[in-house]
Design a protein. Structure first.
Length: 483
């Protein structure tokens, strides 16, 4: 099958075979180079991005979200950029975009409250008393769990504390918690306080794992070696699924297997993994996990969080703190104060969940339900690989041009060891790069001490977004060099 390449902006009169599915090449580099050969253009041409977008079967999902205009961003300098364009939104790893249906669902519940008042607890399309239960099956699909293994409740750190109160049972011989040296602060603080709560010393009971000297990411073999060596003294292995700073995707299956073989409970903070990479919490046998939903799951700032406890623990692991919502729904309203605890993670529920937090999460999960994590991951690998390719092409350190700004990617180069985030450090002050990008309509974020986190999200970002970002980065670096 052939097409006239002029329709795709290529050389006039030249015919090339169609690549029906550019998402199936073995590496992003191969895909980019195959498409550029097809189009008769440079691999760095915007035509490549346009072609990839044209063949992206998930591109319609972007229409389900509200993308801010550049003019609406408070940091934009409209003397430098066209404010009528959509911004380049690469900060879904911090706060996902608003699903378009979120407002409608919120309006429906506000209207119900206005007209129905107390009856809203048990009436309507999403009765408030069990509204979150109605979307937990959608959530379970995304994390690779059974519905009864998942609860939507509280915030991430609250859930982490509730889970660790039950899974962290230190003894004189087994009292350590293994975690990353640069865990997210809330995880670090939670671990410190849980250790202190049991009367142990964090200096002795926190086992912090660092990368090898000169490296940015942890090696899986080093993690497994520490577990094998120290496992008899480790009570809980507590890692993130995706490391927030470097963007490294940990081998959760291997870590789980290694930890449990040594008698440890294994849990994960999946805040940066959920909705980003394929998870199989049930099949991997993970003991427990928790996550927020306002990043890749687009539930809005402070959105309702999630928790997971594997079904193998449903009759053996009990909540240390009890609440009314952990009581069986069938008899909950008999109010006799005789607890009928729900098994598994459901028994960890404390209170009814805010309906106004359920609504935007439902709106987002319904979009996820229009596709699969497998398809999203396939696009993500190419989307992030395309960004990596262009950065390496333009901004690899060149000894022959010592004054040319360069970018160092601290995220693992192996696509299977990262999610959709690439973390950049620069040869020029990264704060200045961040400011110049913001002036030009790029939404990203910086993290101390030295990186910008760039996250093209497959649910709503495009290959054209990536190409626009590279063009904008050139202007930002030029502005930094001239200062």
């Amino acid at each position: 099958m052939y097409i006239n390449n002029t329709l795709l902006g290529g050389r006039a009169g030249v015919f090339f075979p169609i690549i029906m599915d550019p998402f199936t090449a073995s590496t992003p580099r191969e895909t980019v180079e195959r498409v550029s050969a097809l189009l008769g253009c440079s691999p760095t041409s915007a035509e490549v991005a346009a072609y990839l977008d044209k063949h992206d079967k998930l591109q319609h999902l972007r229409e389900k979200f509200l993308v801010p205009k550049i003019a609406d961003l408070p940091t934009s300098d409209l003397s430098l950029v066209d404010g009528t364009k959509e911004c380049i939104y690469f900060v879904g790893n911090s706060l996902g975009l608003q699903p378009k249906m979120a407002r409608q669902y919120l309006d429906e519940e506000l209207e119900k409250w206005a007209k129905m008042a107390n009856h809203g607890h048990t009436k309507g399309t999403r009765p408030w008393a069990w509204a979150e239960n109605n979307i937990e099956d959608l959530m379970a699909k995304i994390v690779g769990a059974k519905t009864e293994e998942v609860a939507l409740m509280n915030g991430l750190t609250v859930n982490l504390h509730l889970l660790m109160l039950s899974f962290y049972k230190p003894t004189a011989a087994r009292h350590k918690i293994l975690l990353e040296y640069k865990a997210f602060p809330s995880d670090h603080y939670a671990v410190v306080s849980q250790i202190q709560l049991r009367g142990f010393d964090p200096q002795q009971s926190m086992l912090l794992l660092s990368p090898r000297p000169g490296e940015d990411a942890l090696r899986t073999e080093d993690i497994l070696e520490v577990i094998e060596k120290e496992g008899d003294s480790i009570a809980v292995v507590m890692f993130s699924g995706v490391q927030y700073y470097t963007g490294q995707l940990f081998n959760m299956a291997a870590i789980t297997k290694a930890g449990q073989r040594k008698g440890c409970y294994v849990g994960f903070d999946c805040a940066h993994a959920v909705g980003n990479v394929e998870l199989e919490l049930h099949n991997w046998g993970v003991d427990f996990a928790c996550w927020c939903t306002y990043k890749y799951l687009n539930s809005g700032a402070g959105g309702l969080a999630g928790a997971f406890i594997h079904e193998k623990h449903k009759h053996t692991i009990k909540p240390a703190l009890l609440g009314w919502w952990g009581h069986d729904l069938k008899t909950r309203f008999q109010m006799n104060n005789v607890l009928e605890l729900q098994p598994g993670v459901s028994g960890f529920r404390l209170s009814n969940q805010p309906i106004l937090l359920v609504c935007p999460l439902q709106a987002s999960l319904e979009v996820f339900n229009m596709t699969t994590m497998q398809l999203l991951r396939r696009k993500s690998l190419l989307l992030t690989g395309y960004l990596d390719y262009l950065v390496q092409h333009y901004y690899t350190k060149d000894p022959t041009q010592p004054h040319k700004p360069y970018v160092h990617i601290i995220t693992p180069s192996d696509p299977q060891q990262r999610g959709c985030q690439l973390s950049f450090s620069f040869s020029v002050p990264f704060q200045k790069v961040f400011q110049e990008l913001e002036k030009r309509g790029v939404a990203c974020d910086m993290r101390e001490p030295s990186v910008l986190r760039i996250a093209p999200v497959p649910l709503y970002n495009s290959f054209t977004d990536v190409h626009r970002f590279i063009e904008t980065l050139a202007a930002a670096l030029a502005a930094c060099s001239s200062q």
